[in-house]
Design a protein. Structure first.
Length: 39
């Protein structure tokens, strides 16, 4: 569910929103770590 494929595009809107929120929640700590480490 993290990658984009044709089966995930056909999901209903609430499920699609949850998938997008999951992607953001997984990416944000990594980005914050990189910003803190590089600065």
């Amino acid at each position: 569910m993290i990658g984009v494929d044709y089966s995930s595009i056909s999901l209903n809107p609430p499920m699609w929103t949850l998938i997008q929120e999951m992607r953001i929640s997984l990416m944000f700590p990594l980005m914050a770590f990189l910003i803190v480490r590089c600065s």
